[in-house]
Design a protein around this ligand. Structure first.
Ligand code: T1G
Ligand code: NAD
Length: 702
């Protein structure tokens, strides 16, 4: 074995050279890896003893792509394209030995090899679009030559990895093997023994010939793939580059791909998406977590309340293979809850997103009861009953008596005081908030609310449970509305004011949609149900004149067919309703509010700046430890477009100075002291500082 450099070694056995990378955690194709890979293949090609070459990795995965932390910095030679060309040009057969996740540059180098074998549980893909870029080392030129431009553009714009079995069917990999390296060695020996021709993917024309003749099918596939990405740069660039694969000669297509890559990688959208990539990984790290704190193992779960959220949370456990029991007040409510779960799974089966067998397996893991004694034999309890503090305290009092020591007791409350809930037990250290987002079986975000009593073990267990359930856990402090809902409340206040002052729901929603949100605030209110907020305002004695009047008229949104919009015959399409404007005019007159035309820019600023201002207060109070945590909350819980980076990242693009000036203007205009710029925001404005400098997460978006 020859150690080519710190991360690459070369072993020659029976005329087969095995080139192996060992660069934890994911064998990213950083400079040292590239340099070593190039030197190794040159050595293997030059060695007369060597007849065949295998490219593989040690550790948990085959190359998971380029080293994202190198982006935005001067590129050190050799570039990945040069390395791949050296493997492709080898006169000796080269076989890639894939396992784990061959992603981005990892799949691209494998496509540069003459053959690819993979373990059955491997996944391959080109997810670059999720980082606001496109495959930049030949993926948009080689993949179409293997699977055709139509399928390639769909795969590249979606950026989703595919399982080995599907990749085999597509001809991306040549064989599924039990053990990658040994399987690849056997494969290359067979190639040599049978004298199989070394076809370079770059020379394959059969899959692109049809599109060259008639690109209609490609254009249709491209249109379908990008329809949800209006205004997003990377998907459009992916389409352009894949189109080049059948309209330009290979080398010109490669050059064009390079140019598109270099343009995107320095752009704000890619910087924003890379920021979110690293921030979601940082969010799960609790800075003051002592080393050695071990999370408890979750083998069984109980959910109290089988309603909208309880049902979704139970599905999360079942989807993760954890047996879960729902506790309800009556057999009737239990049956309703289980039926809703069954229907939700059945929809996924109908859509082909879930196999019937998988549905049956998961549903079999969900039990229901009205008997609270199940509490005594579980590792975690998540309470999801009505949003009433008294009821939750009563329930945690019961849990305290029944649960075994060390059981994690969590509340899915969206607004209530977790300290108060914890204090209703004799073990407040075992209590945390685990705030899921609706629909709980879909939304990725999980706010883990740390009460002043929560122990480090409880927080560590909640974070681990979140990861087990496939969620993105963000640990936040205990306050009214935690991080997400607290900021959302600022936007809702402005929504109500703008209606009184003369804006329409469709005006405001259009501005928010244009920014990239999947839904505007009024349409979102109608989806969630206007009665949820109404009940909370009634409990708190606060008012929203227009929305309260809508609720008093039974207009709760989609569920009643009318809210801020009309929903005809059960449709989900919001139709503007002049009645709402009339109502707003009446309420404005009653409140003495002067109505006026409100510009798009003002609507924009009042939708986003008050939230950013609240984010600054949240950081001042330590409710969030990193600005990037706030960005992750909004990206994964509230639909903030990832290519806009999140409220704090976006604020840094705009600049604190401009935001402070606008807030001071609107505080004056509305008389709302809550709009006065936060201390931290004013400091950033004065110093030219950035949210990005607060906390430890922002390591690669520079
Ligand atoms: N570069 C640098 N660091 C990376 C990395 C990468 N590509 N992938 C992961 N890490 C770090 C990550 O930050 C974390 O660090 C640790 O590895 C474990 O990751 C030319 C230009 C591979 C499926 O988009 O999807 O190739 O927090 O916690 O859940 O066309 O990581 O421990 O300090 O996510 O097991 C394309 C990105 C790059 C894949 C593993 N590749 N990675 O998931 O672990 S662009 C990607 C992932 C490209 C070419 C272009 C996942 C994973 P830390 P983790 P995981
Ligand atoms: P829901 O009304 O749909 O369900 C509540 C369920 O709790 C009902 O089925 C009810 O029968 C059951 N229940 C009430 N008292 C009980 C008791 N003593 N024992 C057992 N079961 C009992 O409400 P939901 O929307 O699922 O909300 C549940 C919790 O989740 C609330 O705290 C809410 O604030 C929070 N939450 C809701 C959302 C959302 O979008 N709906 C999002 C995040 C968090």
């Amino acid at each position: 074995m020859v150690q080519i450099n710190a991360v690459i070694d070369l072993t020659v056995t029976e005329a087969i050279a095995v080139i192996t990378a060992d660069s934890p955690p994911v064998n990213a194709l950083g400079h040292a890896v590239r340099e070593g890979l190039l030197a190794a293949v040159k050595q293997a090609v030059a060695d007369p003893q060597v007849k065949g070459i295998v490219l593989g990795c040690k550790g948990r995965t085959f190359f998971a792509g380029a080293d994202i932390t190198e982006f935005g910095k001067p590129l050190k030679a050799p570039g990945l394209t040069e390395v791949i060309e050296a493997y492709e040009a080898s006169p000796k057969p080269v076989v890639a030995a894939i396992f784990g996740t061959a992603l981005g540059g990892g799949l691209e180098i494998a496509l540069g090899c003459h053959f690819r074998v993979a373990s059955a549980d491997a996944r391959v893909g080109l997810p670059e679009v999720k980082l606001g870029i496109l495959p930049g080392a030949g993926g948009t030129q080689r993949l179409p030559r293997l699977i055709g431009p139509e399928r390639a553009v769909a795969a590249i714009v979606a950026g989703a990895p595919m399982p080995a079995k599907a990749a085999l069917a597509d001809g991306i990999i040549d064989e599924i093997v039990a053990e990658p390296i040994a399987g690849a060695v056997a494969f290359v020996k067979r190639v040599l023994a049978e004298g199989l021709p070394l076809v370079k993917v770059r020379d394959r024309e059969d899959k692109i010939a049809t599109a060259r003749e008639n690109p209609a099918a490609f254009e249709a596939a491209a249109k379908a793939a990008t329809k949800k990405f209006a205004g997003v740069e990377a998907p459009a660039a992916c389409v352009e580059s894949v189109r080049n694969s059948f309209t330009l000669p290979f080398d010109e297509g490669m050059e064009a791909e390079r140019k598109l890559f270099m343009k995107l990688v320095v752009g704000d959208q890619s910087r924003a998406q890379r920021h979110i990539f690293f921030s979601e990984r940082e969010a799960a790290k609790v800075p003051d977590m002592p080393a050695g704190v071990k999370p408890a193992v979750i083998k069984k779960a109980v959910v109290i309340g089988g309603g909208t959220m309880g049902g979704g949370i139970a599905m999360c456990f079942a989807n993760a293979g954890v047996p879960v029991t729902i506790v309800e007040t009556s057999e009737e409510f239990l049956a309703k809850g289980l039926e809703r779960i069954k229907k939700t799974y059945a929809v996924s089966v109908e859509r082909g997103a879930l196999a019937q067998a998988a549905m049956d397996k998961r549903f079999a893991l969900i039990a229901g009861t009205t008997d609270w004694n199940v509490i005594g034999d579980t590792d975690i309890v998540i309470e999801a009953v009505f949003e009433e503090l008294g009821l939750k305290k009563e329930i945690f009092g019961k849990l305290d008596k029944l649960a075994k020591p060390g059981t994690l007791l969590a509340s899915n409350t969206s607004t209530l005081d977790v300290d108060a809930i914890a204090q209703s037990t004799s073990r407040p250290g075992d209590v945390v908030g685990m705030h899921f987002f609706s629909p709980a079986n879909v939304m990725k975000l999980l706010e883990i609310v740390r009460s002043k009593h929560s122990s480090m073990e409880s927080i560590a267990t909640a974070v681990a449970a979140g990861k087990l359930l496939g969620k993105i856990p963000v640990v936040v402090g205990n306050c009214d509305g935690f991080v997400g809902n607290r900021m959302l409340a600022r936007r809702s206040t402005e929504c109500e004011r703008l209606l009184l002052e003369g804006a329409t729901p469709q005006d405001v929603d259009a501005v928010v949609l244009k920014f990239g949100f999947p839904m505007g605030p009024y349409a979102m209110g109608d989806l969630a149900g206007l009665d949820v907020g109404w009940r909370i305002r009634q409990a708190r004695g606060t008012v929203a004149p227009v929305t309260d009047a809508l609720c008093e008229a039974g207009r709760f949104g989609q569920k009643t067919g009318r809210g801020y919009y009309i929903y005809e015959n059960g449709s989900r399409v919001p139709v503007p309703d002049p009645e709402v404007l009339k109502l707003a005019e009446q309420k404005a007159e009653a409140a003495g509010v002067k109505r006026r035309n409100i510009s798009e820019q003002e609507i924009f600023e009042r939708m986003f700046y008050p939230m950013i201002n609240e984010a600054a207060r949240i950081l001042e109070e330590g409710i969030a430890v990193r600005a990037s945590d706030i960005d992750v909350v909004w990206a994964y819980g509230y639909g903030w477009p990832v290519w806009q980076g999140g409220p704090c990242f976006y604020a840094d693009l705009v600049g604190a100075k401009a935001i402070v000036a606008a807030l001071e203007h609107y505080a004056e205009l509305t008389g709302d002291a809550g709009l006065k710029p936060a201390k931290l925001l004013k400091e950033l404005a004065a110093s030219g500082g950035k949210f990005g400098d607060i906390g430890v997460a922002q390591k690669a978006a520079a």
